[in-house]
Design a protein around this ligand. Structure first.
Ligand code: KG4
Ligand code: ZN
Length: 385
């Protein structure tokens, strides 16, 4: 099955074409085209992602990326006959709320043959609603233009499925499995009974872990996104053996549930800076290391509790924050502590938002649930179920 996937939930515009085979038992993916445009440089000027700015950038870049992946997949072929005015009217109606998108789509696709694609997959949530709508509207327009089924995909399922793609670790996922999802918008422990059957058994009560990284980085005067910056400073503190002078709390470490809270940890950094003055470069490294250690300790403790509660033998750790080496290594280390446990993480490239994982999730969904046409809506707080 050939899947064209679109991801616009936050500040990455991404498109891919993937050929998937093997079914849910042994899924296998061949990437035919893949493109991504990060808006990080634009948003970093403002210290965070601005939804309306993200929407504008998605609308500008999405048609260009679509053309790019179709060319990569050798599916961008001139056609002889004109698309009817009636069809363009339908498409204009779908794209009315997306400024500029209709013109861009018409310019790029009016003279192009229907590509050899079996399904279009698009992220419908969770994420920034205006940003999600750009991807959804575009997917629906192309679905009508080419008469191809469009499937809405949960971004978090995409992160889970990302471990199956372009990964040297081909050990199979057996159930029950567990997923620790750590991103800029989410911190969740998910129990997985089978592909497509998810129950969130623990989550953050306030900030997501990536959000806490970003906010602490801002307090230290570092640019957005702060995760990689903090991680770099923490690494330097360890390499240089900077003395430990800061102690931060490990929120909810001993609570009996599987929930997290990172807002107190972030506030503790704020108070530390308020009480001790602007930190020197060495002090910044010390704070970054202590913050990273505190986050890692809580994530690992709760995940271990979830492993013990559920008896899962597979742990999937995914989401942008798994790009953090310290957290990644601590997660991998659980394999040594729990005999028989397999810890699966995506490749570095597939850790942060991308379209390949949306295609992967679409393949899994299409294998386990029958196709049914429904109106797709952007749901900012879409839950995994
Ligand atoms: O999954 P993702 O790309 O987007 C969302 O769906 O949120 O995750 C982005 C988050 C940001 O908060 C970013 O700071 C964080 O992942 N992140 C990191 C690292 N690289 C990215 N956090 C800690 N350490 C990193 N190396
Ligand atoms: Zn994400």
């Amino acid at each position: 099955m050939k899947i064209l996937s679109i991801e616009t939930s936050c500040d990455e515009t991404a498109v891919s074409i993937v050929e998937a085979t093997g079914g849910v038992q042994s899924p296998s993916f061949r990437v035919l085209g893949n493109a991504l445009n990060s808006q990080i440089a634009i948003h970093s000027e403002y210290g965070g992602v601005f939804p309306m700015l993200a929407k504008r950038e998605h609308a500008k870049n999405l048609p260009i990326l679509l053309k790019d992946v179709l060319i990569q997949a050798n599916e961008y072929k001139e056609k002889k006959t004109e698309t009817s005015e009636e069809m363009w009217q339908k498409i204009e109606n779908i794209l009315t709320k997306e400024i500029g998108l209709y013109e861009n789509i018409k310019n790029i696709f009016s003279t192009i043959e229907k590509p050899d694609i079996d399904m279009i997959a698009v992220t419908s949530g969770p994420g920034l609603t205006p940003a999600l709508w750009v991807g959804i509207s575009c997917a629906q327009a192309l679905g009508v233009l080419w008469d191809i089924h469009v499937m809405p995909i949960n971004h978090m399922e995409g992160h889970i499925v990302s471990v199956l793609m372009e990964n040297e670790d081909v050990r199979p996922v057996e159930f029950p499995a567990l997923a620790l999802l750590i991103s800029g918008g989410h911190t969740e422990i998910v129990s997985i009974k089978a592909w497509g059957s998810y129950t969130v058994i623990g989550q953050t009560r306030d900030d997501a872990v990536g959000e806490a990284f970003d906010k602490v980085a801002r307090m230290l005067g570092l640019p957005y996104p702060g995760g990689p910056e903090i991680s770099q400073l923490a690494k330097m503190a360890r390499e240089k053996n900077i003395p430990h002078t800061v102690t931060l709390p490990r929120p909810m470490l001993h609570s009996q549930d599987l929930d997290f809270s990172f807002s107190g940890l972030k506030t503790a950094v704020l108070y530390h800076i308020r009480d001790n003055g602007t930190p020197t470069e060495e002090e910044k490294m010390d704070i970054a290391r202590e913050f990273e250690d505190a986050v890692t300790e809580v994530l690992i403790k709760k995940t271990e509790k979830a492993l013990e509660d559920t008896g899962a033998k597979i742990l999937i750790v995914a989401g942008g924050v798994i790009a953090n080496t310290n957290i990644r290594e601590a997660c991998k280390h659980m394999e040594k502590k729990y005999t028989g446990l397999v810890v699966k993480t995506p490749t570095q490239k597939l850790s942060t938002d991308n379209a390949l994982m949306i295609a992967g999730a679409a393949y899994i969904e299409s294998e386990i649930k029958p196709f049914h046409k429904k109106n797709i809506t952007a749901v900012g707080n879409l839950k995994l179920s």
